[in-house]
Design a protein around this ligand. Sequence first.
Ligand SMILES: Nc1nc2c(ncn2[C@@H]2O[C@H](COP(=O)(O)OP(=O)(O)OP(=O)(O)O)[C@@H](O)[C@H]2O)c(=O)[nH]1
Ligand SMILES: [Mg+2]
Length: 137
Amino acid sequence: MSKGRTLKIVAVGDGAVGKTCLLIAYTQTNAFLVCFDLVNRTSYENVKTVWVPEIRKECGRDIPAILVGTKLDLRDVTDSKLIVTKAEGKKLADSLKMHGYVECSAKKIINCDAVMKAAVRACTQASKPGGHTCKIL
Ligand SMILES: Nc1nc2c(ncn2[C@@H]2O[C@H](COP(=O)(O)OP(=O)(O)OP(=O)(O)O)[C@@H](O)[C@H]2O)c(=O)[nH]1
Ligand SMILES: [Mg+2]
């Protein structure tokens, strides 16, 4: 990245035109944000069964990945059987050897900066000797 320059790229377009597929074309990716919904246990289980295996299959075991629990604002107002606790999030990130765990709310703008900082930190660590980026799709 050129010095001192920040890029923000947003995909817009009709539903199902392929925005998400475009953004997960993994070429040249430095780090992943693996996201689950803190009030949706299926999305939490799928981190382990779907998403981390997927990025590691495509990009190798060492690609940096941050685990992100989203919709933090809903956790306190949702049925307790559905919620994922902070301890469970941390435990999953540790067990999958991820680079960090952050809980956030895009709606209430809580901790979104921490998500990005964790991602940048993971990239910085990965760019040291022995670090890793995904070069192939
Ligand atoms: N309460 C709450 N709702 C959220 C938050 N973030 C997203 N949402 C809602 O969750 C829904 C899905 O959000 P998106 O950002 O479109 O999710 P996505 O992962 O891009 O979804 P796809 O593109 O369909 O895979 C929308 O209705 C958002 O308004 C949050 O932090 N809190
Ligand atoms: Mg989307």
